[in-house]
Write a protein that binds this ligand. Structure first.
Ligand code: SF4
Length: 401
């Protein structure tokens, strides 16, 4: 899919053709209205069967009941799917297959142990100075690898006033909390005035220094990023946003317009990407995604190893694959385009960063380093100078090449 930075409003060609074929009655104004996108989500087997040439594995999964996660795709995101190819990366992430009914050892419904760190329904307090505030369990489009598959789409975490007040009250009486991450589900799926109220209440709490919003809307429903939303958000600085992007095919004119509106409002934008087998697990795809994000003024932030969620084995890569991708980015593209690769430790241990080993060892007062091309260099390290530091066992010193 071609990527370019749009000037003003525009619609990708593929999306335009899809709209003509499947929603010919929808006006441009309706298509660009996020409420219309929500009302017309693709949810039933019959709809998928009409819009895609379904594989047997997709057909069975869509006809079978009992998946932990509901199925729904916005018409906009549906327009980005390849109707003929079940292996297309974007299609794999939103159309279920039979593989998600497999259960493998080590998988869990709540692999991060969030439920055990929840002092109040809808709050996860796992780190000392920040909390996760689950606004809502609704998402415009359900990702088949979702870490919160156990929660999203079940209607238990709602933006009801008394539930929101209980969450805000916990933050108010917990002075250690200086950072609140609004997440879900999709926190931007609630109305502007409700979100404005939440942000206003949080801003009234003296110890809350920053608020962050975790969202996938710019990728799956960029129509949500309206001028009115952005005008409201900019009242609540310092406000940061983490946007869930997976693949360069999500970097469309529409998503670029959404990100431009947010960036123009002074909201620092970071990306969160999950490493997924058959979707983005190669250096070329990941490099293209990171470079596109930079052009959209989104700073690559985290690359997550896929959590061991029940039914996700078909999406999980090895850890070596993640390290190989970071090695293929660091030095080979702009440093701003290299995210931090992390494993969110099962059981609630938090994010643990991983990176390829660039420290070869020590020799005398020098550290021996490996650069992005695999060449070795020495650096006179004050700590080792004149000391008895030795090269680590099994690592042979080589001269600068
Ligand atoms: S948008 Fe986020 S919360 Fe919603 S299904 Fe996707 S990963 Fe899960």
């Amino acid at each position: 899919m071609d990527f370019f930075i749009p000037r003003g409003e525009c619609i990708g060609e593929r999306t335009r053709a899809f709209r003509r074929a499947f929603f010919p009655e929808a006006s441009a104004a309706e298509w660009n209205d996020w409420h219309w996108q929500l009302r017309n989500r693709v949810r039933t087997f019959e709809q998928f069967d009409r819009m895609l040439a379904l594989s047997p594995a997709e057909r069975l999964a869509l006809q079978r009941d009992g998946s932990m996660l509901p199925v729904a795709v916005t018409p906009y995101y549906m327009s980005l799917l390849d109707p003929a190819n079940p292996q297309q990366p974007l299609r794999r992430t939103v159309v279920p297959t039979q593989a998600e009914h497999l259960r493998m050892p080590g998988e869990a419904d709540d692999p991060l142990g969030e439920d055990g760190h929840s002092p109040v329904q809808g709050i996860v307090h796992r780190y000392p100075d920040r909390v996760l505030f689950l606004v809502h369990d609704f998402c415009p489009t359900y990702c088949r690898y979702c870490t919160r598959s156990r929660l999203v789409g079940h209607g238990e975490y709602s933006p009801k006033q008394e539930q929101l007040e209980a969450r805000i009250d916990y933050i108010r009486r917990t002075p250690a909390v200086r950072d609140v991450l609004l997440s879900g589900g999709e926190p931007l799926s609630i109305a502007d005035d409700k979100l404005d109220w939440i942000l206003t209440e949080l801003r009234r709490i003296p110890h809350v220094e920053i608020v962050r919003i975790g969202t996938k809307s710019p990728a799956v429903m960029p129509q949500r990023i309206t001028p009115e939303l952005v005008k409201m958000l900019r009242k609540h600085h310092p406000l940061l946003m983490s946007i869930h992007f997976l693949h360069p095919d999500e970097c469309t004119p529409e998503s670029a317009t959404a990100c431009a509106r947010l960036a123009d409002a002074g909201i620092p934008l970071g990306s969160q990407t999950v490493l997924l087998k058959g979707v983005n697990d190669d250096v070329a795809t990941m490099k293209r995604l990171m470079q596109n994000l930079l052009m959209m003024r989104v700073r690559p932030y985290y690359l997550y190893q896929c959590d061991p969620i029940s039914g996700s084995s078909h999406f999980r890569t090895t850890v070596e694959k993640g390290l190989e991708i970071i090695q293929g980015l660091r030095g080979w593209t702009t440093g701003y385009g290299v995210p931090t690769y992390v494993i969110d430790a099962p059981g609630g241990g938090g994010k643990i960063p991983l990176q390829p080993d660039y420290l070869v060892g020590r020799e005398g007062g020098d550290v021996v380093l490996r650069n992005f091309e695999g060449r070795q260099y020495r650096y006179p390290d004050p700590r080792g100078r004149g000391g008895a530091a030795k090269l680590e066992k099994g690592r042979s010193p080589r001269r600068k090449s």
